[in-house]
Design a binder for this molecule. Structure first.
Ligand SMILES: Nc1nc2c(ncn2[C@@H]2O[C@H](COP(=O)(O)OP(=O)(O)O)[C@@H](O)[C@H]2O)c(=O)[nH]1
Ligand SMILES: [Mg+2]
Length: 443
């Protein structure tokens, strides 16, 4: 963080609950005047006591009652943002929430920008950047396993792992600097081979950490599975069987499916979006060909591809691309040898469907298995981790090769810079702007 901790001069306000009718709505204030502004909104009543909920009456400027609100005053620095915070729980009617917001803004509060509460928490050292992203993940996680990973991040597990990595990298940098400053003296504490091996081991460890993002992303936002293959392979019928509803049109006529049809279902506790696509055939033209192009584009980054083929017409060789090779029409398979596909099903009788679902879960790495302890929680963290790993590998390579300790030291320093950006120790404002813009207002 550039500039170090600083007190924000202004007090911000936002609703902390979504727009809509609900039992409760929460409005949150943060900044030096939080309590004073809340006291203007809720005049009179008992004395304000820190961290004690108190029922008060919010009034318009003319004294009319807006709502009875439960007020909680959390003086800084022991608050979410590190500043004075007041949370007002009112009735969950957008009219009530809007009236409270307007009154507080008229009294002098400023509407908060997206993610501003969490950004203030980071600026006041209450959270590091990795934990701030964990806050977003806790709010957005779409599975319980994702929530557990997000909570581990918020609890500081990932931050601690990064802190020990930083220590090792600083030690390596110091070792390399010692070799540069005094090339003729034997000041090195660590023998060169061990130093190289240490850098390589750290590069590997950071790559392993980077790899946790794939599994974590699926647990946080869900996974996407596309059904692809030739026309009339039985993709649409299998799609309907997998999502448990007659969602896609099924027909013996080739070229029936044109648009991508998608449905989200829960599989092993995760939301999984299945996508049915237009089948492939060389003579496709017009809308059918356009459907194939659209299908290829919309499924370019799926987590898993099911290459579907009808068993009576199955090719002898497996499709070249990654994914599961699925044979349909198992009910029509009458040859003595087992089908060559990875897995076979009959969408007519249902045979093999349970096994296919289990296989899909396995391919996606969901369901029972070793739970991850620490995992990355954003694409940004993933990108920075890969940068750190590349610099560490570059340092080891330089030390082993002809480039030597000067280049190796430079690589470690560059890696440390990436690490500082990763956990927010030293991160540019534009990076923060982009990151917090993804948060919603009030977070
Ligand atoms: N007997 C049998 N027929 C199937 C099976 N799966 C699909 N079909 C039939 O094969 C034809 C083509 O199916 P469809 O799902 O539209 O294929 P798509 O073009 O790949 O989407 C339809 O008449 C389906 O009823 C299956 O497992 N067994
Ligand atoms: Mg189809």
């Amino acid at each position: 963080m550039t500039g170090g901790p600083q007190r924000s001069a202004d007090t911000v306000v936002a609703r902390a609950t979504p727009y809509g009718h609900a039992a409760l709505g929460v409005v949150r204030l943060s900044g030096p005047d939080a309590k004073a502004l809340a006291a203007v909104l809720c005049p009179g009543g008992p004395a304000w006591r820190p961290r004690r909920a108190c029922l008060r009456t919010a009034r318009t400027g003319t004294g009319a009652v807006l709502d009875r609100v439960l007020c909680l005053w959390m003086p800084g620095p022991r608050s979410y943002t590190g500043e004075d915070v007041v949370e007002l729980s009112c009735h969950g009617n957008p009219v009530v929430v809007q009236a409270l917001l307007r009154a507080l803004i008229e009294a002098g509060a400023r509407p908060a920008r997206p993610g501003e509460f969490t950004r203030r928490a980071v600026e006041h050292g209450r959270l590091d950047l990795v934990q701030a992203e964990a806050v977003a993940a806790v709010i957005e996680a779409r599975s319980e396993e994702g929530l557990v990973l997000a909570q581990a991040g918020l609890g500081g597990a990932l931050s601690a792992e990064l802190a020990t990595l930083r220590e090792r990298m600083l030690d390596a940098a110091a070792e390399l600097e010692a070799r540069l400053d005094h090339p003729d003296e034997d000041l090195a504490l660590v023998e060169e081979g061990a130093l190289c091996a240490g850098l390589e081991a750290d590069a590997d460890a950071v790559r392993v950490l980077a790899d946790t993002w794939t599994g974590a992303r699926r647990r946080l936002v869900g996974a996407r599975v596309a059904l692809v293959g030739p026309v009339n392979a039985g993709k649409s019928r299998l799609f309907n069987a997998l999502v448990g509803t007659e969602r896609a049109l099924v027909s013996p006529e080739a070229g029936t499916t044109r648009d991508v049809v998608s449905t989200v279902v829960e599989l092993g506790g995760l939301p999984v979006e299945f996508l049915d696509t237009a089948g492939a055939r060389a003579e496709a033209a017009g809308l059918e060909a356009a459907g194939q192009v659209l299908g290829a584009r919309l499924t370019a980054d799926v987590d898993l591809r099911l290459h579907v083929e009808a068993l009576p017409a199955v090719s002898a060789a497996r499709p070249a691309a990654d994914g599961l090779w699925v044979g349909t029409h198992l009910d029509l398979w009458c040859r003595s040898s087992p089908p060559p596909t990875d897995i076979s099903v009959s969408s007519l009788t249902g045979e093999g469907l349970t096994e296919l679902e289990a296989r899909i879960s396995e391919e996606l790495g969901i369901g029972p298995g070793a739970p991850q302890k620490t995992a990355l929680l954003s694409a940004r963290q993933h990108a920075r981790c890969l940068d750190v790993a590349a610099h560490l590998a570059g340092a080891a390579g330089a030390l082993r090769g002809v480039l030597g300790p000067a280049v190796a030291a430079q690589e470690v320093v560059l890696g440390l810079e990436c690490l500082a950006e990763l956990d927010g120790r030293d991160v540019r404002d534009d990076v923060l702007d982009r990151l917090f813009a993804r948060f919603c207002v009030g977070k």
